[in-house]
Design a protein around this ligand. Structure first.
Ligand code: IMP
Length: 182
């Protein structure tokens, strides 16, 4: 395949659709925070996948935002979960803070379940989760995010932060990865 050929078979979510949806998510998050009397929020961003989502979403929020990023143990190049998820490095200090977890995709639920438990144990005052994509077909443990960008079909997707073996995060849209690249 030539290096210029598209790595995706189809575009599931265009850059324009993503931008519009992020505006809606930011409005919902801001309105809930206002209603809850939260003067600021702490964004806990799951790196690397959620960095692009976070960059766009957080800049659309009107209130002051504290930024923390965490790294969770990852797929290691596989397109299905190993079932073991651990925090890499120290846990962020979120005691007494209103936390918004940002993740690129909710698939098995293992990453967010582990992170949610960790932040609850760390004394977060409140905890909500925003995911750009929710792939319910992959769930191994129940997890519901308060804010969901799009429901994702049972496909391996790349772009807008989502990778395969570290590649394709820079695609401006989200598409299904070509089978021969998996
Ligand atoms: P889970 O919910 O614990 O399975 O994990 C979510 C993580 O799995 C995400 O942060 C992604 O790194 C990865 N992941 C799951 N599905 C996909 C996909 O379709 N494309 C790229 N990464 C994925």
């Amino acid at each position: 395949m030539s290096p210029d050929a598209s790595p995706v078979t189809s575009v599931l979510f265009s850059a324009e659709r993503i931008a519009a949806r992020i505006g809606e998510l930011a409005a919902a998050i801001a309105s809930d925070a206002r209603r809850g009397g939260h003067r600021d929020i702490t964004a806990v961003v799951v790196a690397d996948g959620a960095l692009i989502f976070a960059a766009d979403l957080l800049r659309a929020l009107p209130m002051p935002v504290r930024f923390r990023s965490v790294k969770m143990s990852s797929y290691g190049g596989l397109t299905h979960s190993s079932g073991r998820v651990e925090l890499v490095g120290p846990a962020p200090d979120v005691r007494g803070q209103h936390v918004l977890i940002l993740e690129d995709i909710l698939d098995t639920g293992l990453t967010l379940t582990a992170l949610h438990r960790l932040l609850t144990d760390g004394g977060a005052a409140s905890l909500r989760t925003a995911v750009l994509l929710d792939k319910p077909s992959g769930r191994l443990t129940p997890y519901a995010a308060e804010y969901v960008g799009f429901h994702c079909p049972d496909a391996f997707v790349v772009g807008y932060g989502l990778d395969h073996n570290g590649l394709y995060r820079n695609l401006p849209m989200i598409g299904e990865l070509r089978h021969e690249l998996r």
